[in-house]
Structures are given as C-alpha cells and as structure tokens.
Write a protein that binds this ligand. Structure first.
Ligand SMILES: *Cc1c(COP(=O)(O)O)cnc(C)c1O
Length: 359
C-alpha cells in the first residue's frame, strides 16, 4: 500500500541538534532517546546516524533487540524495563541496560542465573508520580540490586521531570532536590535531564543527559520556537496537490460543511489526512506551505485528504508539493493549532514512507 504522503528525514539536521545537546551539557554523556520509532523518524536510521551517542534509550526490550540485531553495539537502556522471563533472557543475551522501577522486576532479576551481564538503572519517583521507587523505598531497592549476581557494576540512578517544559516552574528544582536527597550516599551515575532540562536547567545535567524531542528539532518549551533555540527540523512531511477547484461564494467545503467560501475562490486538495497521522483536530486556518507560501486549511481533515484555501497562492499547479510541517513550517505551530504537542504529531506520522537524506 503506497500512500502519496511521505516524510523527508534530514540526518544532517539530526546531527546538528545532537551537537546542540552536547554543547548545552558538555560534561555529561548522552543517552539519545529513540523510543516510539525515534519519535516517528525511524529508529534504525536515527541510531545509525547518531553513532557517536554514548547510549540509546528505548521503551521496550523488543526495540532494543531490533537495534542489536541491526548491529548497534553501544549501551541501550530499556526505559520501562522487564515485563517477563522471556525479556530477561533477551536482555541477558543482548546485554541490555534495564531501568528497574518496580518490585516485580527486582524479583524477576533475582531468578537470573547469569553473572555480570546486565546494567541496571534505578528509577526514582521524585514527583512525576508515574514510574519509580519513592525516595523512601530507594535505599532498600538499591541494596537488593547490588546483591544480584546478574548485575555489572553499580546501579545507576535516574528520575524524570514533570514540568521542565516551563522554565519558570519551581517544581523542577524541588524534584532535583528530592533526587539529590534520595540518592545521597548511594554511589552510581545519575541522570535527570530531558530536552527541556538540558536547555533550561543546567543544574540537572548530572552524568547523563537524555535528549529526545530536541534531537528531532522541536522546541521542548511552551511558547518558545525551535529556531530561537537553533534547533533544525528533522522531519518534513509532504503530500502532493491532487486537485484544484474553483468554488462559488457560499459553497461549503468537506464533512459537516466546516468551511464556507466567503467569496468565489480556489480550493486545493492535498493527498494526506488523519490516515497518515495528520491531526484531525487541525482547525480551519492551520497553515500548510505550497511552493514556500503559507496557505490555510479550509474544511475538516479527512482520512486521506485535506482541503486548502488557495487564494494567497500564486499559480498553484497539480502535483505541487504541500509541506504539512518541517522545513519552513514548524511542527510546533501545527501542533499548537491542533491543540496538541509536537511529540504526538511526529509519532503519529511514523507510518508514512520515509526518504532519508544526509542533508
Ligand atoms: C521520553 C523520555 C525522555 C526524553 O524526553 P524529551 O522531552 O523528548 O526530551 C527522557 N527520559 C525519559 C525517561 C523519557 O521517557
């Protein structure tokens, strides 16, 4: 099944953004976060392009296995850790680094007969209240881990921040203080910072940073553009214009008649819709780019099509390339219009064809 829409993946932009993370935290090692198929960009091509990364992070064991089977040799951290005995065997076989956030995962590791095969990251819940050991449980978990024969070296320690996307939020500092208090006296490498904290809270950098969204060229901050942070878009989502039709004043366009022509005007149809991951919630007025010029959506997003107000476009032609986001139009702007965040849009576009370029 070949759909018309496709995404250009610019590996030069990816490497540029990676360098930005390194420059922001020059004393830290980098765990590049490539979960959810590298936020929709293609996990393998991203991992291969970032061969200088000190480690990769994925959500699931099977993602890490895919990377190993493709020849990725550096440490791979499994952020959700183990779910069952089969995954333990895979993790041992492929020498994966496991986040340990739950007592049942500790019990599973206690069944292992292997010696010195696995690295463990203990996840501390400092206020995100999703995964992790509470500060009061951490000490016992740590000492249980160092007794495991399967473990290599010391456990490392990590936490995840809930509000770092707002530079002014004091909650980040409170989480950091809880982390420092909980881990005081427990030797091991530490990691706290996601993209927002890498750029906004240098005191969180610690031994390892964990950039995700910034690698892909989107802003981790509310109300701050990616270009102002010198981040470059990696994915440019494109689709062709497949029809141009002249409508009369009063004509209603698309499902529910969601746009009514205020005058006689041309409407363009592009071959992309929510079936490709373009957000159905994008309202009238959401911009697209045609030949470098902005044009607004006019009418509801369909499964395979969108309808565009072409009044401002000079000489549009069939086959013209429509850019939905990426080069020249930030995914952050489209996400904001659609009432969501870039992460969701990028992940949703993972199903489209990719054209990987070196830039
Ligand atoms: C996804 C994730 C990250 C990366 O977050 P960004 O906001 O994309 O930089 C870092 N750490 C953990 C634990 C994550 O799950």
């Amino acid at each position: 099944m070949t759909r018309a829409a496709y995404a250009v993946i610019d590996l030069k932009a990816l490497r540029h953004n990676y360098q930005k993370a390194c420059q922001a935290a020059p004393s830290s090692r980098v765990m590049a976060v490539i979960k959810a198929d590298a936020y929709g960009h293609g996990m393998l091509s991203v991992a291969q392009a970032l061969e200088q990364a000190d480690a990769f992070a994925v959500a699931f064991v099977n993602e890490a296995v895919t990377l190993r089977e493709a020849g990725i040799r550096c440490p791979i951290v499994v952020l959700q850790g183990l779910r069952n005995p089969q995954e333990l065997l895979s993790a041992e076989h492929h020498r994966l680094d496991l986040v340990l956030h739950h007592p049942d995962q500790l019990k599973l590791l206690q069944t292992s007969n292997s010696k010195n095969t696995l690295r463990v990251w203990l996840k501390v819940d400092t206020g995100m209240h999703r995964l992790g050991w509470s500060p009061s449980e951490l000490n016992n978990a740590y000492h249980a881990v160092i007794r495991l024969s399967a473990i290599v070296g010391r456990p490392a320690l990590m936490t995840h921040l809930a509000c770092a996307d707002d530079r002014g939020d004091v909650y980040t500092q409170r989480q950091l203080e809880r982390f420092n208090a909980a881990t005081a006296g427990l030797p091991g490498e530490c990691s706290v910072a996601n993209s927002a904290a890498i750029l906004g809270f240098p005191q969180t950098h610690a031994d390892w940073i964990r950039p995700g969204i910034m690698l892909y060229g989107s802003s981790p901050f509310i109300g701050e553009s990616a270009s102002s942070l010198d981040l470059r878009p990696v994915m440019t989502l494109k689709a062709p214009l497949i029809a141009i039709r002249q409508h009369a004043q009063g004509d209603a366009i698309g499902y529910g008649g969601g746009f009514v022509c205020p005058e006689d005007m041309p409407i363009g149809i592009a071959a992309i819709g929510y079936g490709d991951g373009y957000p159905r919630h994008a309202p009238n007025g959401t911009p697209v780019l045609i030949n470098g010029q902005r044009a607004p959506l006019a009418g509801r997003v369909s499964m395979d099509m969108i309808t565009i107000d072409l009044r401002g476009i000079k000489r549009p032609r069939l086959g013209d390339e429509v850019i939905l986001w990426g080069q020249g139009l930030s995914v952050d702007e489209v996400a904001h219009r659609a009432g969501t965040i870039s992460y969701e849009l990028l992940c949703a576009a993972r199903a489209v064809r990719h054209k990987v370029i070196e830039g």
